[in-house]
Structure formats: structure tokens, C-alpha cells
Design a protein around this ligand. Structure first.
Ligand code: ADP
Ligand code: MG
Length: 347
């Protein structure tokens, strides 16, 4: 927890200058992929995916909108900025290979602060086997702005879109849902208390949910499992805005309906206990809470047995005819309609 982001030592960015800063931030940059033909240091990078198709995605993160430096350590922010980006590459059933990172910074930030941010970026590059191949550096008047573009590769035509779900396909998710939302809730609560009273945050026993928000991981393992088992999901996306909202995207783009089961939704036990403490419904957290970066996908019935071998995957329902709507059956057996912000009772 870093409510106090002051550094012991402070080196002004102006003492290095723009080019000095770029050199400093990229001097230990490694290249891991053969597809990286030319990396940082020229006008552009050169990538060759050798007959594979290239997948590309970009994200823009703005201080005060997407992150709060009051409770987000810069190292975690660097790591998460990369993870949320490559999560989109995995969601296409592709393997991320390169990123470019552009930043706009004010003089409020020291060289030491940027070092921390890049430590997080490099840690994610190492963990996921990707190369930082370029970027841009500029100044901003006040806030911190981060733009990351990720590239990846996929076996020709093995990419998975949102639009391929078919009637009777099984709906699956990786990992557990709702944790990041609960982590955000507790951090926002502690921030308010800190602002009003100066009291240091009490996060006793909340490591799981806080970690889900501040240090999410992308589901590389699931994409590798698909390749090993020769599973090609019929549709897929990553869960950044909450399960309900993403499920509705798949249904809309695939022109199908769905039926989910409340008792199948995977929610972590610690997260559940914390939800009860706040008098939140864990199911609502799983359906509407964002930023879990798990994968939501559909598979055709013949892949059922293969999916069963992976304990990180849960089948939560199935795809129906479009006319049957997008619904969830509760533990009590009632049927509710899925809406972007959770669920509505069907009259
Ligand atoms: P240009 O003037 O052509 O935009 P720059 O001086 O901005 O070139 O960048 C020089 C090199 O450093 C390029 O390879 C660029 O991609 C890379 N670079 C610039 N900023 C960053 C950054 N924040 N992180 C990583 N690489 C960067
Ligand atoms: Mg530039």
C-alpha cells in the first residue's frame, strides 16, 4: 500500500532531457521474440510474424479516470497497464509478442517514479515473454497519461471473435469473478477515511481482493491450454466491464441468447466473505464488477470433456436461440434477465 508516493531521492526529469530519459528507461531492454526484428532506437520498430497473422490492440489510460495514484503503486500501475492490454490479445486466442508504450508526464514525476513504473512494465514483459519495442515520451500539464499498443500473433484464421457463438454451445469463464470490484470498493473506502482523518488504511485480510485490482494477470495459461488440447472456442472476449455486460456483447454479436446459472458463477471464498460484510450480493459483484480480466468464451458440446480437465475453467451456462433472451437462473430457481449492470427481474 502506498498512500505516500514521496521518494527518498528525487531526480528531476529535466536533468536527463527527453532523449536521456528514453535512453535511461530502455537501457536494459531485452528482446525475447524472433518476431522482433528491430526494437527501440530507430524511427520505428520492425516486426515479422513469419506467416502468422498479426493481432493488434491499444489502450489509453488517464490518471483520475482509469487509475488513482493515491492507492496505486507505480510499479503495479506499469504491470497492470501491460496486462490489461495483452489480455485483449489473449482474448483473440493469440499470443502477445510486442508492445509500444507512450507516456505523457508532468514535472510532478521524478526519474525515480518513472523507474518504478518501468520496473512494472519490464516485469510484465518478462512474465509474458513480450518485447517492449518502442513508444513516445512527452510532457503533460498535470496528470499522467499512458498509451500502450500490443501486437500478437496467431495461427492463420485461428483467431476467435465475439460473433461465433452457436445455439447449445457451453458458456465458460476462467478463474474467479468479482474480486477486483471488491478490491476497488475497499481501496476507495480507505482513501475516503484517509482524506477525512489521516488514518492509514486497514486492509487486514484483504490481500486477495486488493491484489485482484492492483495486480491482475492475463490468462496466458488458458490460451496455451486451448492450443495443447486443440480447442478452438466459438467466441471469446476478456472480462473488463463485468460478466453480464460481456455476455450481452457475445449474444448480440453472435445473434444468440443464453442461459446462465447463479450457482455456477465462480466467486472466491475470501471475496464472498468480504461482500457479505459490506452487505453486497456476491452474485451481483460477479455479474457487474469489472476489471477481473478473466476470459469469457463459448465452446461447442464435443469439447466438453477436454474443458473438464482444466480446473481453472468453469462452465456457467449455455447458448440458446435468440428469441429465448439472455437470462440467469437463480439458486432459488427463478429466471431473471441479464442486463449490463447485473440483472432485472422478468415480469
Ligand atoms: P521520434 O522522434 O522518431 O518519435 P523518439 O526520440 O521519440 O523518436 O524515440 C526514439 C526511440 O525511443 C524510438 O525507438 C521510440 O520508439 C523509443 N521510445 C520513445 N519513448 C519511449 C518510451 N516511453 N518507452 C519505450 N520506448 C520509447
Ligand atoms: Mg517520439
Amino acid at each position: 500500500m502506498a498512500f505516500d508516493i514521496m521518494e527518498n531521492q528525487r531526480t528531476e526529469i529535466s536533468s536527463l532531457g527527453e532523449f536521456g530519459l528514453i535512453d535511461h528507461l530502455t537501457k536494459n531492454n531485452e528482446t525475447r521474440n524472433v518476431s522482433t526484428v528491430l526494437s527501440v532506437g530507430d524511427d520505428a520498430a520492425v516486426i515479422d510474424h513469419f506467416g502468422r497473422q498479426t493481432v493488434i490492440t491499444t489502450d489509453l489510460l488517464v490518471e483520475g479516470i482509469h487509475f488513482d495514484l493515491m492507492y496505486t503503486p507505480l510499479k503495479h500501475l506499469g504491470y497492470k497497464s501491460v496486462v490489461v492490454n495483452i489480455s485483449d490479445i489473449y482474448a483473440m486466442n493469440a499470443t502477445p509478442t510486442q508492445i509500444v508504450v507512450s507516456i505523457a508526464i508532468s514535472s510532478r514525476f521524478s526519474v525515480e517514479a518513472l523507474n518504478e513504473f518501468y520496473e512494472g512494465i519490464y516485469a510484465a514483459c518478462e512474465k509474458y515473454g513480450i518485447d517492449l519495442v518502442g513508444g513516445d515520451t512527452t510532457s503533460s500539464n498535470k496528470g499522467f497519461v499512458i498509451s500502450i499498443t500490443a501486437m500478437g500473433e496467431v495461427v492463420p484464421n485461428n483467431y476467435v471473435k465475439r460473433s461465433g457463438a452457436q445455439k447449445n454451445d457451453l458458456v465458460c469463464v476462467s478463474g474467479e469473478l468479482g474480486g477486483a470490484f471488491l478490491g476497488l470498493t475497499i481501496l476507495e473506502r480507505e482513501k475516503k477515511i484517509f482524506e477525512q482523518t489521516g488514518a492509514q488504511p486497514d486492509l487486514e485480510g484483504q490481500a486477495y481482493i486488493v491484489g485482484r485490482l492492483l495486480k491482475p494477470e492475463a490468462r496466458k495459461d488458458i490460451i496455451e491450454f486451448f492450443a495443447e488440447q486443440e480447442i478452438l472456442p466459438t467466441s471469446m472476449m476478456d472480462i473488463s466491464d463485468g460478466l453480464s455486460s460481456e455476455m450481452l456483447h457475445i449474444c448480440k454479436q453472435s445473434n444468440v441468447g443464453c442461459l446462465l446459472y447463479e450457482d455456477k458463477l465462480p466467486v472466491n471464498e475470501e471475496a464472498k466473505q468480504f461482500a457479505y460484510k459490506l452487505e453486497f450480493d456476491p452474485t451481483a459483484c460477479a455479474l457487474s464488477g469489472g476489471e477481473d480480466y478473466e476470459l469469457l468464451f463459448t465452446i461447442s458440446q464435443p469439447d466438453y470433456e477436454k474443458i473438464g480437465q482444466n480446473s481453472a475453467i468453469t462452465i456457467i451456462g449455455y447458448i440458446t436461440e435468440p428469441g429465448e433472451g439472455k437470462n440467469i437462473i437463480t439458486r432459488g430457481g427463478s429466471k431473471y434477465e441479464l442486463v449490463a449492470q447485473g440483472w432485472n427481474h422478468i415480469k
